[in-house]
Structures are given as C-alpha cells and as structure tokens.
Design a protein around this ligand. Structure first.
Ligand SMILES: O=c1ccn([C@@H]2O[C@H](COP(=O)(O)OP(=O)(O)O)[C@@H](O)[C@H]2O)c(=O)[nH]1
Ligand SMILES: O=C(O)[C@@H](COP(=O)(O)O)O[C@H]1O[C@H](CO)[C@@H](O)[C@H](O)[C@H]1O
Length: 345
C-alpha cells in the first residue's frame, strides 16, 4: 500500500483528501492507510502478485446494450488477455428487454440470466439479486463488480480495485471512488452526480455509521471483494445492496479490512429523480433494518412498503404508487447448491 504524505501539522493529505476533519480519530488513520489511487498499482506487478488467485469480473446489466459491449471488450482485451489479471467476465442479464445479453456475449462475456441462476430459490428483485446470484455463477477467489452503464470505463477501474486485494491479505473489500459529473441528455456535464449518495447515504452514515464516513463514494457501483467475505454476508435486494454490504462487512470484519481507490472520473446513465426517490427509500429501509438488527432501534411498527409520488396529467397531479419493499438474500455460503459447488471447486 503506497504511503501518503503527512505534513508537520499532522494533516493527512491523501490524494487531496484532508483527513484531519474526520471523526472518530480512527477514520483519519484508516483513510491514510487504506486510500490509494489506481495509478499507484502497476498492472504487471499485480500480475506477478496474482499467482494462482482467480479473478472474476461481474457486470450486473439491465437494458445496457449501448455500453456493455465496450466495457466487456476492454476488460477482456486489456485486463484478461494483455495483463493476465482477469480469468472470467460474467454479465448477469437482469431481465433486460433489449440486446444486452447478445451484445455482452458477442464481446466475449459469459452471460447468465438472473432468474435462471438458482431458480429453485425463487425470483428476487433488482441489482442486489443480480449480484448475489453472481456469487453462484462465478469461480473467482476475488470478484470485481463493475456497472454496465459506464460511459468512460477504463481498465484502471479493474487494476485499481485489484491493487489492495492482490497485495495485502488483510484487505477484504475495496470500493472505487471518483468525481461523478451529472450528464445532460446530450452527454454534457450539467452538475454533480451521486445524488442519492449526497442526499441520503452520506447523511445516514454520518448519523449512524461514523466509521464509514471516510468512504468518498459509499454507493459507487465499482468495487471488489474476496469471495470468502462476500459469501458470508447477506445481499439486500434492489439498490440497497451497496449500503448493506458496506455496513455488514464493517460489522463482520472491521474498518481495516476495507479500502478505497481513486479511479478518477465516472460518468454513467442517470435515472429519473422519481426512480432515485425509490432508491432513496430502499436505502432508508436498508439502514432501518441494520439499526434494528443492531439494537439501535426498537420499532413499534414495521416501515411502509409503498412510496407515493405524483405525476401531472391532463386531470392534474395524480398519485403514482411505487413498491419499495426490500428483501434480502442470506449469505450464499448457506445455500446447499452453492456449498456443493464450492466443494467441487
Ligand atoms: O434491477 C436491476 C437494476 C440495475 N441493474 C444494473 O446495476 C447497475 C447500476 O444500476 P443503475 O445504473 O440503474 O443505478 P444508478 O447508477 O443509476 O444508481 C447497472 O449496470 C444496471 O444495469 C441490474 O442489473 N438490475
Ligand atoms: O450514488 C448515487 O447517488 C446513485 C445515483 O447516481 P446519479 O445521481 O445518477 O449520478 O448511484 C449509485 O447508487 C446505486 C445504489 O447504491 C448503485 O447501485 C449505483 O451503482 C451507483 O451508481
């Protein structure tokens, strides 16, 4: 892990991050120890360090035909074929209605359909379901998760995330972080993205999980972890998965098992504010479930399952209900079919 500058005042300047303002104190020291940048990790040195460790890259994809092919091609040609850092690329087709599956396969990915993986366990919902099922559909000791809607993906996303995991056995989970410009309809930069991060996730972490406040992008969709950790935590359905994983991995392994890597800039397809409203509700339900599970919250009633939003029609504003109920999949290690598969590995 590269060292970071600490000036005379004790301020830790980690890639421009001033950690002195962070509380509690262990967050500042964590940030100094566990923050790096993609450029700190030499891909050829990583290939040496990789040895017999298998690496899978997973892309959860729902209707991403426009971007999934280029991302898969870049990972295959550079990270797998040229650098020898990636052993398999799996796209989880998450009920796409477009040519996502065909495009991903043509680019060289193995494509699995979300509802065809462990079908006997029923149909779960959303991104969290796609990621949980990817544990069954992959063979890597390390799994790298990359969103399939990225507009400016580069191989450094994968090499940067692998850096800490291939060189430090005490690191179990690595989150990417980046600048997140908001793109307008013609791809122009119109402001700051990460809207749910700034309006919901960061406040929740500041209020209830201050140890996680050093993560620059707690909801970022690019991250990597050791299978041995990921198979032993639950996966929240829908968009609660990133927040749930961060909280549960902190609880299970402590802050020092987690790390973050600066990947530069990330631009992606944006959802509507209404869709992000549902995402925000799912994050709040995820936080509620962890607060209740941890004994911080004693609920006298269960939270609601519906979000009412409004749309203007010729008849005026009409209420539009949206189901925001969350579920979660249990740790994959407890699934008999998975355990049998793991024995066979
Ligand atoms: O039910 C879903 C919803 C999303 N995704 C994928 O998860 C990633 C992140 O989702 P999205 O872009 O909708 O989230 P945002 O980045 O807008 O928060 C993308 O690759 C989506 O295609 C998925 O596989 N299944
Ligand atoms: O960070 C965020 O606020 C949201 C929305 O981002 P934008 O406001 O559309 O840039 O995007 C992230 O959150 C999702 C829920 O955790 C993740 O699944 C996405 O991968 C991530 O892009």
């Amino acid at each position: 892990m590269p060292t970071n500058r600490i000036d005379a005042a004790g301020a830790v300047d980690v890639h421009g991050l001033d950690a002195v303002a962070l509380e509690p104190p262990e967050v500042a020291s964590w940030l100094a120890r566990r923050t790096s940048a993609a450029g700190d990790w030499d891909p050829r040195a990583l290939a040496e360090a990789k040895g017999g460790t298998r690496v899978s890259v997973v892309l959860p994809a729902r209707d991403e035909e426009r971007t999934v092919g280029r991302i898969v091609t870049t990972i295959r040609e550079v990270c797998a074929e040229r650098l020898g850092l990636v052993d398999e690329i799996v796209v989880v087709d998450s009920r796409s209605t477009d040519a996502t599956a065909r495009t991903a396969a043509a680019a060289g990915a193995t494509v699995v359909h979300q509802d065809e993986v462990l079908p006997e366990l029923g149909r779960g919902e959303g991104k969290g379901e796609a990621l949980w099922k990817s544990l069954y559909a992959t063979t890597g000791d390390i799994i790298v998760f990359i969103d399939a809607d990225l507009r400016d993906f580069g191989p450094h996303f994968v090499t940067g995330l692998l850096g800490p995991l291939l060189t430090d056995p005490s690191v179990g989970y690595v989150k990417g972080f980046y600048d997140r410009p908001l793109l307008g309809s013609s791809g122009e930069r119109t402001g700051s993205g990460g809207r749910v991060t700034e309006l919901v996730a960061r406040p929740l972490l500041g209020l209830h999980w201050p140890l996680l406040t050093g993560f620059v992008q707690p909801l970022g969709g690019e991250y990597a972890g050791r299978r041995s950790l990921l198979e032993r935590v639950p996966f929240v359905s829908g968009y609660g998965v990133e927040l749930g994983l961060l909280i549960d991995l902190l609880d299970a392994h402590g802050l020092d098992a987690l790390a973050q890597v600066d990947l530069g800039v990330r631009t992606h397809s944006h959802q509507s504010v209404h869709a992000l409203g549902a995402m925000a509700a799912q994050l709040q339900l995820t936080a509620w479930s962890r607060l209740e599970r941890g004994g911080w919250l004693v609920a006298s009633a269960a939270p609601g399952r519906r979000l009412i939003q409004f749309e203007r029609t010729e008849r005026g504003h009409v209420p539009v209900p949206r189901d925001i109920a969350l579920s979660e999949r249990p740790p994959m290690i407890g699934v008999p079919a998975y355990a049998a598969l793991a024995r066979g590995r």
